[in-house]
Design a protein around this ligand. Structure first.
Ligand SMILES: O=C(O)C(=O)C[C@]1(C(=O)O)C=C[C@@H](O)C=C1
Length: 396
């Protein structure tokens, strides 16, 4: 069953706005290397999360018979006016260190939320990260974030950028709105297929359904076919639409796995314009991971800066000076304060657009050079948050 419209937060209050101007060490925090990572877990959130933890293990069988059916001392105590909970198994289970540990647990399948339907590329990415996981389809990106926050799943896997289509801005914005940690990345080679009902030839198609990113990646074949494009939530949803509505003149762009899942024929393979079509996904969890020294790591950071000449140059120099490679930079409008009025001129106010900068550096927070670089940036950034430090993935 897909998770739809999960609207409650881990905390009964409304989502906390990002604390602009507050540095990393300002909330409940833990030390990794010399740097503090913020957790942002208030007592009230932990309480609700602890209750929610029972949902994730709902298939566990009760080991204690319910008190309501028992006789003997407990029952007598109840009669004397002691107030016991009717079924102790319904009480929230206390969190253990194992519950809080972010890596897959032996004997228990990791539950991974993704946006889309079975057969979506995001589900492939979840299987690449956790080969034996149980995948949980979600209606939209936000539902996947909330599913992790509410302990309904262990992790979420969400697309963040594609080598042809570019960044998925919605997920950059959600990373800041939610307090999850990036614990991994997945680089997935996306080989799109043109799918149709059995017996249909691609020349018969008048329309093609797919995700807008997939259309952006397959422009050449679409213009050669001269078909109408119909948008779908994800590529697997387009395959499902064709399979269930059975229009002979409509195809879908999706994966070969989606063709199998929905019983469609592959009319053409590897139809993307650029053969090297890679989508990068982020793996999100409730807790940060402690970076190991065994393999190369990346660190994702978001920050905002004061206005002034050369401030971005100065910010990036803290990494360049230490020979730290920057693999990605993305700017997004600072939504709470998108415009800054700088001057009151006679002819009107001078306004500047205000931005958040998201960067990925090829260094681990366990390395002193990264700790010093982030520490130095923190001295003049108006706001800074380490979104996560995680092992780098390679394309298979
Ligand atoms: O539609 C899917 O199958 C998805 O997983 C989504 C998505 C995306 O949002 O970029 C992921 C990979 C492909 O680049 C196309 C679509």
């Amino acid at each position: 069953m897909a998770l739809q419209g999960v609207s409650i937060w881990g905390c009964s209050k409304s989502p906390p706005p990002p604390q602009f101007g507050v540095a990393v060490a300002n909330s409940h925090s833990t030390l990794i290397g010399n740097l503090r990572y913020d957790f942002d877990k208030c007592r009230c959130c932990l309480g609700v999360l602890a209750q929610r933890a029972t949902t994730a293990v709902e298939d566990e069988k009760p080991t204690v018979p319910p008190l309501a059916h028992s006789s003997g001392p407990a029952h007598q105590n109840e009669a004397k006016g002691f107030h016991f909970h009717k079924d102790m198994n319904l009480l929230p289970k206390p969190l253990t260190a194992i519950d809080l540990y972010s890596s897959p647990r032996d004997g228990k399948k990791v539950r991974v939320a993704y946006q889309g339907l079975p057969g979506a590329y995001s589900e492939d990415a979840a299987f690449k990260a956790y080969p034996k996981c149980e995948t949980v389809p979600c209606d939209n990106f936000e539902a996947a974030f909330k599913a992790v926050e509410l302990w309904l799943v262990d992790k979420a896997v969400l697309p963040i950028e594609n080598s042809v289509g570019g960044s998925i801005h919605r997920n950059y914005d959600l990373l800041l709105r939610h307090r999850l940690h990036i614990v991994g990345e997945v680089q997935l080679r996306v080989n799109h297929c043109l799918l149709g009902l059995p017996g249909v030839r691609k020349e018969e198609l008048k329309a093609v359904v797919s995700h807008p990113q997939a259309f952006a990646q397959c422009e050449k074949i679409l213009s050669a076919l001269g078909v109408v494009k119909i948008s779908a939530h994800d590529t697997a949803a387009s395959a499902q639409t064709v399979a269930s509505n059975r229009p002979r003149d409509t195809g879908a762009i999706a994966s070969s796995r989606a063709a199998k899942v929905y019983g469609l024929n592959i009319l053409a393979e590897r139809i993307q314009d650029d053969d090297e079509n890679i989508t990068r996904f982020l793996v999100l969890g409730r807790e940060p991971i402690i970076p190991g020294a065994d393999r190369p790591h990346k660190t994702s950071i978001v920050f905002s800066l004061e206005e002034g000449p050369g401030v971005l140059f100065k910010a990036l120099a803290v990494f360049a000076m230490r020979d730290i490679n920057l693999s990605k930079i993305e700017s997004r409008p600072l939504k709470q304060r998108p415009l800054r009025v700088v001057d009151d001129l006679n002819e009107g106010n001078a306004t500047y657009f205000d931005y958040l900068f998201y960067i990925d550096i090829e260094a681990s927070m366990a390395e002193p050079r990264a700790q010093y670089a982030v520490g130095q940036l923190q001295e003049f950034a108006r706001f800074l948050r380490v979104l996560g430090c995680y092992p780098m993935d390679t394309v298979l």
